[in-house]
Design a protein around this ligand. Sequence first.
Ligand code: SF4
Length: 352
Amino acid sequence: METLNSPGIPAQQTPDTTPIERFVWDLTYACPLRCLHCLSESGRRPSSMLHRDDALKVADVIISAKPKRLSIGGGEPLLAPWWEKATRRLTAAGVPTTIFTSGWLMNEAIARRLSSSVTGVAVSVDGAGDEVHDLIRGRAGSFQKSMASLEHLNRKKQELRERGESCYRLGVEYTVTRSGWEGKERFVEEISTRFPEVDYITFGAVIPEGLAQEEKFASRELLSDEQLVELSESEADLASYARSHAHVSVTDARLFLPTSPLSVEGETIAHIEASGQLRAVTNYEAKVGSVLEEPLDVLWARALDWRNDPFVSQQRNSIRSLDDWARVTRLLDRRYGSAADKLRIARRSDAA
Ligand code: SF4
């Protein structure tokens, strides 16, 4: 694997070098699926979901920071009873808001509610067919649910387009594992044929966070160095299989390595957990306090201090490959996670 030599993360991060540009907000850790690679271990931990009034306060904190965009996930965000109230408030305030869903809960009514409350909907699909997707997602029937979800979302978007009304950008996000390596070309062809309203299909290698950092998963499912290169070079070929206007892209995981010149973009993400705690960095369990209890600028300065810590910085700058990244995630999560995180991680390791 080619390595990227010029350090991407500023040596010392300050609010000037590293302003908040984007938020990730986990609405809940409840989830009907049990994905092997889940970054948040959702469905296997307390939901930590806020009550509506506190959730709306979090939305206000995000609005006040004027981010360029917001990604809403979890867990399954559609399980939060107040998701629509929160997303309406955010989009009305001009925050471009994309909701990430497995599609398990989707129906016509939810597609309609989404069409007037968010700017983007991304459905995760991790295999070209039932066998692989259901294996990775840990629940039989999940591939068919994701296809049914795309049916609803596609139909609603088509209806609104024909009436000249605006609607969400509709995307499909494919997380590439070794199991899900084959069939990507067929997948592009089928999705773009069956759901012509899909605006984009994105492929990205599974990254070693959450459950995907664990050795058993990492050794079986993280892409090899050669596959990472091959995937990053396959964009034009995959795009040639599109049968609609869908934009097909490949996210090069190497660009997220801390030594990549482009990794600074990831540093500008403020990641709010379901309880309202702000993560020090989106990739790791370390937290710096709750946005419901302290001003965001105070928490952000604390997050940057955590990143500037010599030990943390040395570890992160030692990453040159996905395997390195998995090793560093295991180390940092076990050292800096909360007491509850450490207990959860220890149980996870026992089971692995
Ligand atoms: S659907 Fe998403 S949140 Fe739920 S278990 Fe899978 S990866 Fe985790």
